[in-house]
Unconditional design. Structure first.
Length: 430
């Protein structure tokens, strides 16, 4: 979204007066304007991400932007919704309609209108909510008073915490302060170069810390914060490519410190290791504990090494949980995956589009059918190095599967799966 061309002809004093007037109408802190040298053009603000998570405190909606921003907030009855308007805002490559269906939040609609970015949060009913404003993000927490108090939800009331939120969401993927998060291998960055669509998009950080960026080639970003990565990209683009590049960098998916907990647990998902030593029991606790009705007997820890290969270790759950064998309660590391075997399902892990747990439907399921349910292979997959991890009793077996040959037509190489199997699709070396 571009600023009105008429603003460029106004003296800078008039622009400042307009900005101050806008802040008085909105009732929030004015957006810091950053005119280009010698120009009166306002630098647009990019809404980099809209994220949701659900916990004991209700459903959270997080609006993250490329810099500090003001906002105007209003409530509406038909349908029940909250409207957040951000002056001089524009959205990164985000869907205009985001289905949510978590707690009270049904969906989120995004729209650019005039010089404003509008975030409309559609609710199932009127509820109280809290607001937490940090420099580059706004967090709205919606609570269901009917469930917690036993009385009908009242009209919206604005409850603002006086101190910024300091806790991190274990499963939601939010750092304590996104601008201070240190980028690591496997993170996915959302990079937007103003008015340069060909240079904008999602970029995956390699295990060695690089992203392949158009025009400038491989850029090492591991160890940098998003603002530092932004400055580095702007400097590289100024070196013979763009006159005044305006770059925003946001972490779209936090994967460098993530651990996946899948299978027969009460809250499967991705959990972040923000600091300190964490063990298998810690992660199982974060995931709500083992689902006992599944009759699980084994836990498989998958750990990628420096060469891209995934090693596996099988643990006896009875010894870990019931006997409290401290030797089995090992420390977990970033990129680990913990799988608690399920009696009627398999897991697909690695370079597939939708890794996760899938039930065995019918009498049998083959490797190719399981990969299809997981959305197929990613471009980075090494299909002929795929393997199955199978635990019989307490004995772990590894079965190699040349999936590339199967896809090419050699269906005799496809293998029938057993409940509890883990399919690992590694990343290609090249």
């Amino acid at each position: 979204m571009r600023c009105d061309r008429r603003l460029r002809k106004l003296p800078s004093i008039q622009l400042v007066a307009m900005a101050v007037g806008m802040s008085m109408i909105i009732g929030c802190a004015a957006v810091p304007t950053r005119p280009e040298p010698g120009e009166g053009q306002l630098r647009p603000l990019t809404i980099a991400a809209i994220e949701t998570s659900e916990g004991e405190q209700g459903t959270r909606v997080v609006i993250r932007a490329s810099g500090p921003f003001s906002y105007h907030l209003s409530n509406h009855d038909q349908p029940p919704r909250v409207l957040v308007e951000i002056p001089y805002g524009q959205f990164a490559k985000l869907a205009s309609h985001i289905p949510v269906n978590q707690g009270m939040v049904q969906a989120i609609d995004l729209q650019e209108r005039g010089s404003q970015a509008r975030v409309e949060i559609v609710l199932s009913q009127l509820v109280d909510y809290e607001i937490q404003k940090q420099e580059n993000q706004l967090v709205l927490s919606f609570k269901d008073l009917t469930a917690s108090v036993g009385r009908p939800s009242q009209r919206f009331e604005r409850h603002v915490r006086l101190t910024p939120a300091t806790e991190a969401s274990a499963a939601g993927g939010l750092a304590q302060n996104p601008s201070e998060y240190v980028i690591g291998g496997m993170d996915i960055l959302e990079i937007n170069v103003y008015q340069e669509q060909d240079l904008s998009g999602s970029f995956r950080v390699s295990a060695s810390g690089y992203i392949p960026f158009p025009l400038v080639g491989d850029v090492h970003v591991a160890g940098l914060t998003p603002p530092q990565a932004q400055e580095k990209l702007e400097a590289l683009l100024r070196d013979g490519y763009l006159k005044r590049p305006q770059v925003t960098v946001a972490v779209k998916e936090y994967r460098s410190k993530g651990v996946s907990v899948l299978g027969a647990v009460n809250k499967p998902g991705a959990y972040q290791l923000w600091g300190g030593r964490m063990t298998l029991l810690d992660l199982l606790s974060m995931a709500g504990g083992v689902s006992l009705e599944e009759g699980s007997k084994s836990l498989i820890l998958l750990r990628p090494d420096a060469h891209g290969e995934t090693k596996s270790i099988t643990f006896n759950l009875d010894r870990l949980l019931k006997e409290g064998d401290a030797a089995l309660n090992v420390a977990v590391q970033p990129h680990d995956a913990i799988y608690v075997a399920k009696a009627d399902a398999i897991i697909v892990y690695g370079e597939v589009k939708n890794p996760g747990t899938y039930p065995i439907e019918g009498t049998s399921m083959t490797v190719l059918e399981a990969l299809s349910k997981a959305g197929g292979l990613t471009p980075l997959a090494a299909p002929n190095r795929t393997r199955i991890i199978r635990v019989d009793g307490n004995v772990e077996r590894t079965i190699r599967v040349r999936v590339g040959d199967i896809i090419a037509g050699e269906r005799m190489k496809d293998i029938a799966l057993q409940p509890g199997d883990v399919i690992v699709v590694p990343e290609s070396y090249f």
